[in-house]
Design a protein around this ligand. Structure first.
Ligand code: ZN
Length: 151
């Protein structure tokens, strides 16, 4: 990974990457070694960062277009497919999970679903921490200290 580029003034990466839609909050271009993130709110930003870094981790681990299994591993692919189906059929899922099925095509569902776990954890744990803690700026400054900002 060569760089992570943030837009802290927008909830979209469209100003960083005009090829994306205005609803795109993050993107992981693992071939180019670049991640884009657009988020104004702290908890949203960390959720998207966790999301995009997990895409990268899946690619590094499985080398299969960010899917959570090797291309040749049909058994794991099938088992994960069942998990995807169960999530799709459940009612009352969080909007972060719902986006998997409303924004992406079916071939992207496994890669998009696996990254929602760290996305949800980062998003809601920080939201909860902010509600009960006075140290929220300290949490964020540690998390963002090794990145650079580009607007
Ligand atoms: Zn994604």
């Amino acid at each position: 990974m060569r760089e992570i580029i943030f837009d802290f003034d927008s909830d979209s990466i469209v100003d960083l990457d005009p090829t994306r839609s205005s609803g795109t909050e993050g993107s992981c271009y693992y071939r180019e070694g670049r991640i884009y993130i657009g988020a104004k709110e702290e908890s949203k930003l960390l959720g998207i960062l966790a999301h995009e870094l997990t895409h990268l981790a899946m690619q590094v681990c499985y080398d299969n277009e960010c899917n959570p299994y090797k291309e040749s591993d049909e058994q794991t692919k099938s088992e994960f497919g069942k998990i995807v189906s169960q999530c799709r059929e459940k009612n009352g899922m969080d909007s972060i999970i719902k986006r998997v099925f409303t924004v992406y095509g079916e071939s992207n569902w496994p890669a998009e679903l696996i990254v929602r776990v760290p996305h949800l954890l980062a998003h809601y744990v920080l939201k909860k921490a902010n509600a009960y803690s006075h140290n929220k700026h300290q949490i964020c400054s540690v998390s963002m200290s090794n990145t650079h900002k580009k607007i």
